[in-house]
Ligand binder design. Structure first.
Ligand code: UN1
Length: 476
């Protein structure tokens, strides 16, 4: 059994869960300890105790630790990428890519630890000086989703540690493998005991303890809208700082003047790669009427060429769905789309392949209406809803007609439309002639409306969440 890591100790627990590959349900990766609320409490106490040791230490110590962690992740990217693909189901190149991203994130924040600046201002009163500095927010509870088993933990844990916070990390129940491997690397990086804690377990036990305990000063969460809402409510109840990344229903607009090969590639990558399991996936493809028929034909041909298969098999383009529950949800939405009158162009069914896994043929619905549930609710699977638009203005209106606002894409060669779209898309991120999914690691990530709450993740903007500002007045 792989144990939890609390107060610098590896701790077994009475309960454990098996980590099973979605590519082949006969393949058990390992068994992982399941903490109860008591163990979560012990981790919170340890992180709380360790606050001073880490919050006041030299930034050089933080930079060195983060650099060591990043270097080891990068050195082991093939091995960890394999583990990631095996447990989550994204393809091996995607898995290795994600691990590389995680390593780079730690390296980036190693540098950020040394770049903490403040402001010095003249007071309006004579003889007084003011300085404005940042301090760690304290102990951070990190709740991560299953679709990026190492990159999302990295982009929360690395800035938390860089800016001097202590951490209690609860990974998603479905993917403890990468979380455990990451914790094991962090455990050897020279942090004082209690600064970083791994608590694997159920949301109702471990997650709830993080929400309720006053010693958790801030909570960073990525996951579903429904859980996000509960996190926001619990945080507001006790005035804890919260940062939430939730769903998306991201549009990809294709105008008549687009390079259609680029547009089809952007659509296929955004909608289907990583099996559509990204909050940045394009699930609404809005196509101007002049190219509508041609675009659909090309999209269908390209989708037909995708190889669905075992995540670790060379040549696989799309791996399995991550779990049986998720596959069932996807199939339910395909039924809903049919009942709503959308035209199923291809895919949408479960596939039986050489190994028993959760395989699904990517689905393309044509002639969708933006009011349909398949255009309004996040499915989180390889299901694309294509709809026609009369002109650019209509396409923009459809793109913005959603309760979400994470990423918004456009494929066009018109500078005028691209510039207008960049300014008027109601989303935290705009992508022009590139897929909506697959972001850089050193720039802000986040959305508007129902997609996100709180300040941005990633890049130097992460400092907003992981620090608190102090204004000091000093009379000489
Ligand atoms: C990406 O598209 O590269 O859960 C990142 C998610 C997002 C991350 C997407 N928070 O899918």
């Amino acid at each position: 059994m792989k144990p939890n890591y609390i107060a610098g100790q590896w701790l077994d627990s009475a309960a454990s869960v098996a980590n099973i590959s979605p590519s082949d349900t006969r393949d058990t990766i390992d068994h992982y300890a399941q903490a109860d609320a008591g163990m979560a409490e012990a981790a919170i106490a340890a992180a709380h105790e360790a606050k001073a040791a880490w919050g006041f230490c030299s930034p050089q110590a933080r930079a060195d630790a983060l650099d060591r962690i990043g270097a080891e992740i990068l050195a082991r990217r093939e091995e960890l990428g394999r583990l990631l693909s095996r447990e989550e189901g994204k393809t091996l190149p995607e898995g290795i890519g994600e691990v590389t991203r995680a390593g780079n994130i730690f390296k980036f924040y190693a540098g950020e630890a040394l770049r903490q600046r403040g402001d010095k201002l003249a007071s309006v009163r004579p003889g007084i000086e003011i300085d404005v500095t940042r301090e760690p927010v304290g102990t951070v509870g990190i709740i991560a989703p299953w679709n990026f088993p190492i990159a999302i933990p990295a982009w929360k844990i690395a800035p938390a540690l860089a800016y001097g916070n202590t951490v209690v990390f609860k990974p998603a129940e479905l993917v403890p493998g990468c979380a455990w491997a990451l914790a094991e690397i962090i455990s050897r990086a020279g942090l004082p005991a209690g600064v970083f804690n791994l608590v694997m377990g159920r949301g109702s036990q471990v997650g709830q303890a993080l929400l309720d305990d006053r010693r958790i000063d801030a909570i960073s969460f990525t996951g579903s809208v429904a859980t996000g809402r509960r996190v926001a409510q619990a945080a507001a109840q006790r005035m804890a700082k919260a940062q939430l990344e939730m769903g998306g229903k991201n549009p990809m607009v294709v105008l008549d003047d687009a390079d259609l090969d680029v547009a089809v590639e952007c659509a296929v990558q955004s909608a289907f790669y990583s099996t559509g399991q990204r909050c940045t996936a394009s699930s609404r493809i809005i196509v101007e009427q002049g190219v509508y028929a041609r675009f659909l034909q090309k999209l269908r041909d390209r989708a037909a060429s995708l190889r669905i298969g075992h995540a670790l098999e060379a040549g696989t383009d799309i791996g399995p769905v991550a779990s049986r529950d998720q596959l069932e949800q996807n199939l339910r939405y395909v039924d809903i789309g049919r009942q709503e009158g959308a035209r199923l162009l291809c895919g949408g069914g479960e596939l039986q392949l050489g190994t028993p896994g959760h395989y699904m043929a990517p689905a393309i619905f044509a002639d969708c209406d933006n009011a349909m549930r398949i255009c309004r609710e996040e499915i989180f699977g390889p299901v694309a809803a294509v709809m026609p638009a009369r002109d650019y203005e209509h396409a923009l209106a459809l793109a913005n007609d959603t309760e979400f606002g994470l990423a918004s894409g456009i494929c066009s060669t018109s500078l005028k439309h691209v510039q207008h779209f960049k300014r008027h898309a109601q989303a935290g991120m705009v992508m022009v002639n590139v897929p909506t999914a697959g972001v850089d690691y050193h720039v802000p990530f986040g959305g508007r409306k129902g997609s996100s709450l709180g300040s941005r993740e990633q890049g130097s903007h992460a400092i907003e969440f992981y620090t608190t500002v102090k204004t000091a007045y000093v009379a000489g």
